[in-house]
Design a protein around this ligand. Structure first.
Ligand SMILES: Cc1cc2nc3c(=O)[nH]c(=O)nc-3n(C[C@H](O)[C@H](O)[C@H](O)COP(=O)(O)OP(=O)(O)OC[C@H]3O[C@@H](n4cnc5c(N)ncnc54)[C@H](O)[C@@H]3O)c2cc1C
Length: 492
């Protein structure tokens, strides 16, 4: 993202002082509040809908063109897993029924071993415990189309937030087609502008906030598995496919048009890495594209021989799908001066291995709207929102990193399956107190931090039980331990 936001934001306050913005009066929440949202992506558009339905006037700014009129630069995470938290937030906005029409249920992981063996591992143990694959662009357009029907949402495309004067409450936008500028006077500005958030950068400059961005040493590249000639899925349609290979993996999620989007997660540098695949290739050479394709085919043949014939668009995919970076953003402060807030990836981008980034961003919207009911001033509301959410999204960030290890390694490990079977048995016996961590995150709305802590304790129990010999001994210990250590889960 261009880093132009050093002008008004930086001059608005001294960055060294911290809390340098003056907030003379608390800002009342009323229907006249002028709310500007920066970023008409997933979270921004859902938030606009919810605020509009509460009677607020919302301006929704997006740096890119209207996708109904022009192609929008894409090339990242084409489809996404939608889980309970996201679905709940979509239901609260009244759009779940429409979203359900464009999703594909995935009941579990289809694991492809290197010897070609297949095994299916279901995600949960109840029929409703499934994840849903959804195409990012389709979902985004659907939400935007709902937004177009609300008279109190003003959609402004080609408007990139560049800088903010928090004291004067003026946001500066630029149209990158011609460099023209637009100043927007707001009461509250909300940044839903993704991991490279311009609003977060403006807040950092204005108030000395220090964000921690940890770039993962692994990156990703997406490929297409087209439908068969007769239009069917080329592999089982209601599953997330995974080819775990220890240090790296390929996964594939189904799309509504019966194609799959496959994603290779691999180290950026090192012996087996994106850099190694293309090492020695000269981009300026005449036969560069051919040589690159050969290098990629060799890599795929060695590690994913069974998947290679499915990747019939490999040449085009190498041209159009760049290698994407992955990382975690931890920002200590999400709000400023009672007039600015960041949420979604702007506040807490996580690595994608739990399939929760979008779900967490949607849950942010839901939590913010719930808090709106009990607050009269933006200042308190924004502070309370951070208070409720930040420790939870920090926990999600940790769990998402751990899940990468499990997906690359654990799904191949027989001990992993033994623990999973045992935890399901415990859930069946003690459904009010014991829920496997994966299920707490994906199929419930138990706060992330609580899911992580309960999951940690539960795993200790599981490992202890696995070391015991008889079923009677296990059951007696489990009953006593669970009653002493796990409170009943509040229903969600
Ligand atoms: C490979 C990969 C796979 C993933 N898989 C999953 C998954 O399975 N499930 C899941 O829940 N999550 C997944 N995620 C995470 C998910 O993509 C993000 O968490 C989600 O997109 C966050 O939504 P957002 O609205 O906060 O940000 P974004 O979707 O990034 O939207 C930000 C919007 O702001 C706009 N914008 C940016 N800068 C400006 C500016 N200066 N001015 C105006 N507008 C601006 C952008 O153009 C964009 O429209 C995945 C991510 C990756 C990379």
């Amino acid at each position: 993202m261009p880093d132009h936001d050093s002008t008004a934001a930086a001059s608005a306050a001294s960055p060294q002082q911290g809390n340098a913005i003056e907030t003379p009066m608390a800002t009342p929440i009323d229907s006249d509040s002028r709310i500007s949202i920066c970023g008409a992506g997933l979270a921004g558009t859902l938030l606009a809908l919810r605020l509009a339905d509460e009677g607020f006037n919302v301006r929704l700014y997006e740096r890119y063109p209207d996708p109904e009129r022009e192609a929008v630069p894409s090339g990242r995470s084409i489809n996404l897993a939608l889980a309970e938290r996201g679905r709940h937030a979509l239901a609260e906005a009244g759009v779940l029924e429409a979203v359900d029409k464009i999703t594909i249920p995935m009941a579990g992981r289809m694991v492809h071993r290197i010897n070609g063996e297949l095994s299916f591992q279901s995600y949960g143990q109840r029929p409703e415990e499934v994840n849903y694959s959804v195409h990012r662009d389709q979902l985004s357009r659907l939400l935007l189309n709902f937004a177009r029907t609300r008279p109190n949402i003003e959609l402004r495309f080609h408007q990139r937030l560049e800088a903010v004067d928090f004291e004067q409450r003026i946001a500066h936008f630029v149209d990158d087609r011609d460099g023209s500028r637009n100043d927007d006077a707001y009461d509250v500005i909300i940044g839903a502008d993704g991991a490279g958030s311009a609003l977060r950068k403006a807040m950092e400059r204005a108030d000395g906030i220090e964000t921690h961005a940890d770039l993962l040493d692994h990156a990703y590249r997406e490929f297409t598995i087209p439908p068969t000639e007769i239009g069917d899925f080329a592999i089982e349609g209601n599953a997330l496919h995974i080819w775990p290979r220890g240090g790296f993996m390929l996964i594939a999620l189904p799309n509504a048009d019966h194609s799959f989007t496959a994603t290779l997660f691999l180290a950026r540098e090192g012996e087996t890495s994106f850099a190694a695949i293309e090492a020695g290739l000269d981009e300026s050479a005449d036969h560069y594209a051919e040589a690159r394709l050969t290098a990629w085919r060799e890599f795929m043949q060695e590690h994913f021989a069974e998947a290679l014939p499915l990747l019939s668009q490999l040449p085009q995919d190498l041209e159009t799908h760049p290698i994407g970076r992955l990382g975690t953003i931890r920002c200590p402060r999400w709000h400023l001066a009672g007039n600015a807030l960041i949420l979604g990836d702007a506040a807490h981008a996580v690595v994608p291995f739990h399939g929760q980034g979008m779900n967490a961003a949607f849950e942010d919207v839901d939590v913010l709207m719930q808090l709106l009911e009990s607050h009269d001033h933006w200042d308190e509301l924004l502070a309370e929102f951070q208070q409720q959410r930040r420790h939870n999204t920090d926990a999600l960030a940790d769990m998402a990193l751990e899940n990468y290890e499990e997906m690359r390694q654990g799904v191949r490990d027989p001990n992993h399956l033994a623990v999973k079977e045992l935890e399901w048995a415990l859930e069946r016996s003690f459904p009010e107190r014991f829920i496997p961590r994966y299920s707490m995150v994906m199929f419930h709305r138990i706060p992330y931090a609580e899911a992580m802590e309960r999951g940690r304790r539960q795993r200790e129990l599981s490992l202890k039980l696995l070391s015991m010999k008889t079923a009677e001994e296990k059951m007696a210990h489990a009953q006593q331990w669970i009653e002493a250590n796990l409170t009943p889960v509040e229903s969600d």
